[in-house]
Design a protein around this ligand. Structure first.
Ligand code: UTP
Length: 290
C-alpha cells in the first residue's frame, strides 16, 4: 500500500455564490478570522502528513502564489519593528521550497477536470483532494482521519461524508453504503442530488477524498455530467466498478465557506474557539442578538 504524500487543491472555480467579492478576490482567499480559506486547508493537509501541495489555479487566482511566498518588505519591516512573534508566525507557515506546485486549469470545466489537470504532478500514486471552500473543524483533522481510515482498510479510495440536515439530501452528492462498521462503510454507489425520498442514505460527500491515480484515465475522457461540467463524482462512480471505495463519516464539523451563510458561521465559530479572541468576540457579538 502506497502512502498518501500529495494533495490536490482545486482553486480555479468562479465562486459565483460569493459574488460580488469573488469577481476580484479569489474565493479561496476569503478569510475565516485571520487566515484565508486555502491556508486552513493546506494546514489540515500538512497535519495529515502531506508532503507536496498542488494547487490547480486559474485566472485571477495569483494571490495564492504570493500568499505562499516570502514578502520581503513585510518581513523586513516586522523585523525592524521588533515584531518577532508575528514574523515567526508568518514565516513558519510557509511551505518549504519545492513543496508546493501550481498548475493552471485554463477553463473552469468542473471539479473532475480540475483534478485531472494535476495528473502529471501527482504521477502514479494515491493522492488526496481537498476542496478549500469546505473548512473542517476536527481533532485530529479531517484529512488525518481519512488517512487513518485508508491505512485501516488497506488502501483503495476514501470519500469523507457527513449527515446532511433532514430533508436536504436532494441538494448534495449522497453515498450508498453496505457493511457499515463504526464510522466506515463500503460504498456501493453515489447519486448526485437524488429526488426527495429516493436518497440511499443521509450521508453527503463533504470535500475530502483519497483517490487512486487510475481516476485520471477516466477523467481524461472528458465526459460531461451535471451542469455540463466534468464531474469528479462521475469519475469516482466509474472507478468504483474496478476499485474499492470506502466512505468515512468523519468526527467534526464542516463549514461550507463557498456559501455566504456558511462562511459567516465559520468566522463566528472559529473566532469563538480562538483563545485569544473568544471573550472579545462573544462580547462584541452578543448585543447583535439582543
Ligand atoms: P465549487 O463548485 O464549490 O466552486 O467547487 P465554484 O464553482 O467556484 O463555486 P460556485 O458554485 O460558482 O459558487 C469546489 C472547489 O473546486 C474548485 C473551486 O475553486 C472550489 O474550490 N473548482 C471548481 C475548480 O478548481 N475548477 C472548476 O472547474 C470547478
Amino acid at each position: 500500500m502506497k502512502r498518501v504524500r500529495k494533495a490536490v487543491f482545486p482553486v480555479a472555480g468562479l465562486g459565483t455564490r460569493m459574488l460580488p467579492a469573488a469577481k476580484t478576490v479569489a474565493k479561496e482567499m476569503l478569510t475565516v478570522v485571520d487566515r484565508p480559506l486555502i491556508d486552513w486547508v493546506v494546514s489540515e493537509a500538512r497535519a495529515a502528513g502531506i508532503e507536496h501541495f498542488i494547487l490547480v489555479t486559474g485566472r485571477g487566482k495569483g494571490a495564492m502564489e504570493d500568499y505562499f511566498d516570502h514578502h520581503v518588505e513585510l518581513e523586513a519591516t516586522l523585523a525592524a519593528k521588533g515584531k518577532t512573534d508575528l514574523l515567526a508566525e508568518i514565516v513558519s507557515a510557509l511551505p518549504r521550497e519545492g513543496e508546493i506546485s501550481y498548475v493552471r486549469q485554463m477553463e473552469p470545466k468542473g471539479l473532475g477536470h480540475a483534478v485531472w489537470c494535476a495528473r502529471d504532478i501527482v504521477g502514479d500514486e494515491p493522492f488526496a483532494v481537498l476542496l478549500p471552500d469546505m473548512v473542517m473543524d476536527a481533532t485530529p483533522g479531517c484529512l488525518a482521519q481519512a488517512v487513518a481510515a485508508y491505512e485501516q482498510v488497506g488502501g483503495g479510495n476514501i470519500v469523507v461524508v457527513e449527515p446532511c440536515p433532514p430533508g436536504e439530501a436532494h441538494k448534495y452528492g449522497i453515498v450508498a453504503l453496505e457493511n457499515r462498521q463504526g464510522r466506515l462503510g463500503r460504498m456501493t454507489g453515489m447519486v448526485e442530488k437524488p429526488a426527495p425520498g429516493t436518497e440511499p442514505s443521509n450521508l453527503f460527500i463533504s470535500g475530502r477524498y483519497i483517490l487512486q491515480p487510475e481516476i485520471f484515465d477516466i477523467l481524461e475522457k472528458g465526459e460531461r455530467g451535471a451542469g455540463g461540467e466534468i464531474q469528479l463524482t462521475d469519475g469516482m462512480a466509474a472507478l468504483m466498478k474496478s476499485q474499492a471505495f470506502h466512505a468515512l463519516e468523519f468526527d467534526g464539523t464542516t463549514y461550507d465557506c463557498g456559501d455566504k451563510i456558511g462562511w459567516l458561521r465559520a468566522n463566528v465559530a472559529m473566532a469563538l474557539k480562538d483563545p485569544k479572541l473568544a471573550d472579545a468576540a462573544r462580547a462584541a457579538l452578543r448585543p447583535l442578538f439582543d
